[in-house]
Design a protein around this ligand. Structure first.
Ligand SMILES: Cc1cc2nc3c(=O)[nH]c(=O)nc-3n(C[C@H](O)[C@H](O)[C@H](O)COP(=O)(O)O)c2cc1C
Length: 439
């Protein structure tokens, strides 16, 4: 039996799950206000009880306006906005838990490296070594406009700059030796000055004197997570990431990606197990298989297509309002989507398929990536069987942080996975890096 790691990936909160099944749906659960701490803390406690490796919070820094050149659809459907800043969210979740890992998304384009390095060090202290950083380079032009730029750097250049950003952060995180803090009252010495060094970093994009004005945290540096899957994005991940999130539709496609990516990690001089692959999975669970299928059908039938068009438009940075809903997107557009998240289209148009724009927009706001539909037994079986076929690592459960999603998975599916011996029943380590490297 192949064991699986588990991440709860809550993107584009508060409505994550999207559309009917998101902020407005029956699954969200009553009595919670997403703006308040209790929802986030209670869900973190529930996922820790289920021994998840990590909770990951996505983020973005703008209300988009790609679709129809207006913000209307994004605001109406809470699509890609609003977001709480993920840093205080992971801090309050850390305060309510002891073992589960917590990941915040922060942009290399908009966050100054020194501030980010110190923020992550502080959060790693406060969580006793459970922090991860989801490294994004940002892809929306509206994010650039919010920071006073007219446009973003080109796709590959964003990654080049991010490589330098990582090198700078790495030096800041190493600027204090692990034994630099002595706190010796006899000699009235807090830190040994010989063990704290300026870095005098001089790059093409960044300069920094250093050292960090924060002491080394339990993990030393946050766990690095990444989700870009272009060739350049995969090279970046193979160099830096300890976990990646990937959308693939079938076990065969997952297996193919798994083998190729692990080879790439080896090519960059790292052990393949140094970077874990999490495949996106969206479980739709009900008491019986029939009920779950009915729920999935209803979700698809009632999906607000316009919300899907708005989501895809911003993800591929192209206004899709001008395209025929009942035709596949032109191949030229599929190629152009490079500035945004092109893999959003690639996965729909892979293996010679040609779904219409209406179909992919509907899918986007209903079933989305790799749906696992059924009663708890069926969902547990399919997750276990898929992981066996792929050969390892885990799933990023792509759902909202709401009781209606978290509780059925935690209470009904996790015990079945534990009985099969494919997920952990106890944490063996205390820090996030320990969880990822446990198997
Ligand atoms: C599953 C998934 C989650 C992502 N989450 C975020 C996010 O929260 N914030 C963000 O700015 N970008 C996010 N992205 C975008 C990626 O970080 C990246 O910018 C994008 O995929 C383009 O890179 P690529 O061409 O290498 O795929 C996500 C992408 C994927 C596939």
């Amino acid at each position: 039996m192949t064991k699986m790691h588990l991440m709860w990936f809550s993107a584009f909160s508060p409505h994550a799950g999207f559309g009917m099944d998101g902020w407005a749906g029956p699954q969200t659960g009553r009595g919670y206000d997403w703006t308040q701490p209790e929802l986030w803390q209670d869900m973190a406690v529930a996922l820790e009880r289920a021994k998840f490796d990590v909770i990951m919070l996505g983020d973005s820094l703008a209300v988009p306006g790609t679709y129809q050149g207006r913000m209307d659809a994004y605001l109406r459907y809470a699509e890609h906005a609003p977001f709480h800043d993920p840093s205080p969210l992971v801090a309050i979740m850390a305060a309510a838990t002891r073992r589960i890992g917590l990941a915040a998304t922060l942009s290399t384009t908009f966050y100054p490296p020194f501030l980010l390095a110190r923020l992550m060090t502080t959060l790693d202290h406060l969580s006793r070594g459970r922090m991860a950083w989801n490294v994004v380079t940002s892809y929306k032009v509206e994010e650039a406009l919010n920071f006073g730029y007219q446009e973003l750097l080109d796709h590959d250049q964003r990654y080049d700059r991010a490589d330098e950003y990582m090198a700078l952060c790495e030096q800041l995180w190493s600027s204090w030796a692990s034994d630099a803090v002595v706190m010796d009252t006899d000699t009235n010495t807090f830190a040994d000055p010989d063990k704290v060094r300026p870095i005098d970093f001089q790059g093409d994009y960044y300069r920094s004197r250093g050292p960090l004005n924060a002491t080394p945290s339990p993990q030393g540096r946050p766990v690095i997570i990444q989700a870009g899957t272009s060739e350049r994005g995969q090279d970046f991940a193979a160099t830096h990431a300890e976990a990646i999130i990937v959308a693939r539709e079938t076990p065969e496609e997952m297996k193919q990606f798994y083998d190729q990516f692990k080879t790439r990690v080896r090519k960059f001089g790292r052990a393949p197990e140094a970077c874990k692959i999490f495949f996106l999975a969206k479980p739709i669970i009900a008491d019986t298989d029939e009920e779950a299928q009915q729920r999935a059908n209803a979700l698809y039938a009632h999906a607000p297509v316009e919300a899907g068009l708005a989501a895809l438009s911003t993800m591929i940075q192209t206004d899709l309002s001008a395209y025929d809903l009942d035709q596949p997107l032109p191949a030229s557009l599929q190629q152009q989507a490079i500035q945004g998240i092109r893999s959003q289209l690639d996965r729909f148009y892979g293996s010679g398929q040609a779904p219409t724009l209406r179909e992919i927009a509907t899918r986007k706001v209903s079933l989305d990536s790799a749906p696992f539909v059924g009663g708890p037994e069926r969902v547990a079986d399919e997750l276990a069987r898929t992981m066996e076929a792929v050969g390892g690592d885990g799933f990023a459960i792509r759902q909202g942080m709401w009781p209606g999603y978290v509780n059925p998975f935690v209470e009904q599916v996790i015990p079945l996975l534990q009985q099969r011996g494919v997920v952990r029943t106890e944490y063996t380590g205390t820090m996030l890096r320990d969880h990822l490297q446990e198997f």
